[in-house]
Design a protein around this ligand. Structure first.
Ligand code: FAD
Ligand code: NAG
Ligand code: NAG
Ligand code: NAG
Ligand code: NAG
Length: 533
């Protein structure tokens, strides 16, 4: 059957939401036949290709669903899942999906906040990358090759095994996948010292739209630039990144202290804004603003709490001297300062107790109902602004705000060096975060609405024209394309928020390497329109 006819049939059937098992068989057989034509032996095809007729389809699909909002019976499901075992399986999956005309969703760790690596409103195929997870750490040359299906926890563990003096400046969620995290411009608590993950990537291997495996030299500097923060899924399938390791002292210091309304939390957060992005580059102090319910004079009262969580690349005495010099208002005491190895500090960020073995970082389980949004702050928020925001956080009593400081190395890197544009003018990034456990659309609606209320209240205090957003904090509220059609005008709306003027170079790269727009999704980079713009 001609690919386009197959697609028409699928669209027709999915319109009635009743893909019959006969049609399902047809899709499966067609795809299997195509994979066989690309040299994959039959016994391998039968272990890597799943359609809804396979008993294990559901468990494979659910294994990397990390947001329970997209784990319902009404969530659109893929027609096929390919769990690649080898690089050439990825090449075959790209070419065979192209033939069907279906949309390809690439999934590494599955942590996309809007689930766009495994959900679509149009018929689609999932290419699952979790098997491609090898990590080769070379301490002598201070580099590592890491395949995209590895988790951050696995990467950290492999580095830690070989050296206590080396690290990588990525995020602090162990189960996040390398593929989405690095291609989206991932960051962690060493960004003030070393910048982002993408500032420390030196090579990559990809499969392009023609099914070719290319490294940095073969793909060229434009595409290599794009997959360091522009999101991989608009351009290609990333197979692996070659990263530069960074050096850390054998002793680092961690603290986590809570301040409440009685301790002048508004003043403290106000002061934090004056120092967070200019204090010593070895120090990163995150602030988590959340409602806290306390017993005050026998009465239960909900107020605001600010948790200051920090990593200092040095010992406790060094940290105290930095804090006494610049941020004495916080009242940090020696006993608050916990000295440990960098590896152990990762466990602390994850909330593990002291003494937890390092192997905990290998745990890949993670699932919540969640919604997140992001904002960037360029000027300190005035006291009255903070007070009004805190009042709303108390009133909503569920959504929390996380403030992550920039500055240091982040300010030294020009905006156009990578697609990630939020550099020298940023004091801190805000994450809006609501996590819940109650099932059902009623709760989802209520809690998602909370994040939108806070986002709206924050308008006067954050970046404007465009109102910037962080790609790795995927948020479909800021604009989408219609059913993956990916029109230029729609793409420009979210594209400028995520990438500022780097959007235009991303469009140029996209048009050059994938003019037919095979690699597309709800928020992908569009191709250049036919008429000049
Ligand atoms: C609990 C939690 C904590 C987090 N903490 C941080 C943090 O500290 N710092 C930070 O920067 N971010 C953080 N994030 C966000 C995280 O970095 C992003 O969600 C990231 O995109 C997830 O990557 P993934 O591979 O797990 O996701 P996926 O859902 O698999 O992929 C995300 C996107 O990337 C695309 N993609 C995935 N793999 C490939 C590939 N191989 N080639 C091309 N495209 C690909 C997908 O199609 C999708 O569009 C956190 C997320 C969660 C849930
Ligand atoms: C899925 O079902 C088909 C048809 O019954 C079978 O050939 C194939 O081996 C199954 N695949 C897996 C991964 O179990
Ligand atoms: C998804 O739902 C199934 C039940 O249908 C459950 O077994 C599984 O644990 C859920 N997974 C996640 C990530 O919520
Ligand atoms: C809070 O501020 C008031 C007025 O500035 C001051 O008197 C008080 O000591 C402060 N409290 C704390 C715990 O810092
Ligand atoms: C806020 O939420 C907490 C925990 O869910 C609850 O105990 C408290 O009563 C709530 N406060 C208000 C004012 O609703």
């Amino acid at each position: 059957m001609l690919p386009s006819l197959l697609l028409l049939l699928l669209l027709f059937l999915s319109a009635f939401n009743s893909l019959t098992s006969a049609a399902s068989d047809l899709v499966f057989d067609n795809f299997a036949h195509c994979l066989a034509g690309k040299g994959i032996p039959d016994d391998q095809i039968s272990s890597i290709l799943y359609s809804p007729i396979n008993a294990s389809y559901t468990s494979v699909l659910q294994a990397y669903i990390r947001n329970r909002r997209f784990n319902t019976s009404t969530t659109p499901k893929p027609l096929l899942i390919v769990t690649a075992l080898e690089e050439y399986h990825v090449q075959a999956a790209v070419l065979c999906t192209k033939r069907t005309g279906l949309e390809l969703k690439i999934r590494s760790g599955g942590h996309d906040f809007e689930g766009i690596s495994y959900v679509s409103s149009v018929p689609f195929v999932i290419l699952d990358m979790f098997h491609l997870s090898s990590i080769h750490v070379d301490i002598e040359n201070e580099i590592s090759w890491v395949q995209v299906g590895a988790t951050l926890g696995e990467l950290y563990y492999r580095i830690w095994e070989k050296s206590k003096a080396h690290a990588f400046p990525a995020g602090v969620c162990r189960s996040v996948g390398v593929g989405g995290h690095i291609s989206g411009g991932g960051y962690g608590p060493m960004l003030r010292k070393y910048g982002l993950t993408v500032d420390n990537v030196v090579d990559a291997r990809i499969v392009d739209v023609k099914g070719r495996i290319l490294d940095r030299e073969a793909m060229g500097e434009d595409l290599f630039w794009a997959i360091r923060g522009g999101g991989g899924a608009s351009f290609c399938v990333v197979l692996a990144y070659k990263i530069k390791l960074v050096r850390v002292p054998e002793i680092v210091t961690f603290f986590r202290i809570v301040r409440t309304m009685e301790e002048n939390v508004t003043d403290l957060v106000y002061s934090w804004q004056q120092v967070a992005n200019t204090i010593d580059n070895d120090l990163f102090i995150r602030v988590l603003v959340q409602p806290v319910t306390e017993q005050i004079n026998g009465q239960s009262q909900t107020t605001i709490g600010a948790t200051f969580i920090a990593l200092f690349l040095g010992d406790a005495d060094g940290l105290l001297s930095v804090m006494n010099g610049r941020f004495s208002e916080l009242g940090l005491k020696k006993q608050d300062c916990l000295e440990m190895s960098w590896g152990e500090s990762l466990l602390r960020w994850e909330g593990y107790a002291s003494g937890t073995p390092m192997e905990a970082i290998l745990d890949k389980t993670y699932a919540n109902f969640a919604k997140r949004k992001s904002d960037y702050v360029q000027n300190p928020i005035p006291r009255h602004g903070l007070a009004s925001i805190f009042k709303k956080v108390i009133e909503l009593n569920k959504t929390v705000l996380e403030f992550n400081p920039y500055g240091g190395r982040m300010s030294e890197i020009p905006e156009s060096q990578t697609p990630f544009p939020h550099r020298s003018e940023i004091i801190f990034k805000i994450e809006y975060l609501v996590i819940w456990q109650e099932e059902g659309p009623r709760f989802a609606k209520k809690y998602i609405e909370q994040t939108r209320v806070l986002y709206s209240l924050m308008t006067p205090f954050v970046s404007k024209n465009p109102r910037q957003a962080f790609l790795n904090y995927r948020d479909l509220d800021i604009g989408t394309t219609d059913n993956g059609k990916n029109s230029y005008n729609e793409g420009r709306v979210y594209g400028l928020k995520y990438f500022k003027n780097n959007f235009y170079r991303l469009v140029k790269v996209k048009t050059m390497i994938d003019p037919e727009n095979f690699f597309r999704n709800e928020q992908s980079i569009p191709t250049r329109p036919l008429r000049p713009f």
